[in-house]
Design a protein around this ligand. Structure first.
Ligand SMILES: Cc1cc2nc3c(=O)[nH]c(=O)nc-3n(C[C@H](O)[C@H](O)[C@H](O)COP(=O)(O)O)c2cc1C
Length: 224
């Protein structure tokens, strides 16, 4: 069964990011995926202190709740990361979580340790598929999708480090007040479809299966 991990970067509970992720969950559950949600602001995750110990060991010396997050990141078949735009980037809470993945970066690039324990150079999940990642973001600005460029760079680097294939995004601008997203049922519907597409093994799957035509369309419609 597909395991979906969603990470919310918004500290505003019940806000726009939360409402979109809820739809992702509803979509994933409607197809029987196992879903797990992390709220970055509710986890005790210190900022990376740049000590570079991970370059020698592949592990982070800071023993906080990030230690529980590492295996979840690497076990997920499908990762959905969601964040409001804060000063042209992702939220500080999410950025701390991402920065702490320097330990994973060190394992991969310095120590050459496969990230996942299987025979395909650690690139496949336990289901034998390449993990996929989606990015969902909201921004108050009405000035178009360029407001997401900083956040997108960070998320793409994050997925690249985790060896998660970037599958698409849902970028919602002009969404500011808490709950403003409810005035955009089309966007909530797209979030639902992202969730639904998660329960089908990714297009790159080998023995584990393929998308049906309908599921491929669902997957593509999540892009904006
Ligand atoms: C600290 C802070 C910084 C923000 N920076 C930006 C920004 O740079 N660009 C923008 O368009 N919106 C910015 N916003 C607005 C949020 O992106 C917007 O309100 C969003 O809908 C919040 O999502 P949420 O309800 O999921 O928390 C900022 C909001 C806060 C609180």
């Amino acid at each position: 069964m597909i395991r979906l991990l969603a990470i919310s970067g918004s500290p505003r509970r019940g806000g726009n990011t939360d409402l979109l992720l809820e739809q992702v969950f509803n979509g994933a559950r409607s197809k029987g995926a196992v879903v797990n949600k992390l709220i970055a602001s509710e986890l005790k995750i210190a900022s990376c202190n740049g000590c570079n110990s991970c370059m020698k060991t592949g592990n982070c010396v800071i023993k906080d709740e990030m230690q529980d997050v590492y295996p979840l990141l690497l076990d997920a078949d499908y990762l959905v990361v969601a964040s409001p735009v804060y000063f042209s980037g992702v939220s500080a809470q999410l950025k701390s979580l991402i920065d702490r993945c320097q330990a994973i970066w060190a394992r991969k690039y310095i120590l050459k340790i496969p990230l996942r324990g299987n025979s395909h150079a650690g690139k496949l999940t336990n289901l034998g598929i390449r993990p996929k990642g989606f990015f969902i973001s909201v921004a108050g600005s009405h000035s178009g999708s360029k407001v997401f460029s900083g956040a997108l760079s960070t998320i793409k680097a994050f997925f690249h480090t985790l060896e998660v294939d970037y599958a698409g995004d849902l970028l919602c601008y002009g969404i500011d007040g808490a709950g403003a997203i409810t005035r955009h049922p089309d966007l909530l519907e797209q979030a639902f479809k992202i969730g639904m597409s998660a329960c089908v093994p990714p297009c790159t799957a080998g023995a584990a299966g393929r998308h049906s035509q309908t599921d491929q369309e669902d997957c593509i419609s999540g892009r904006r």
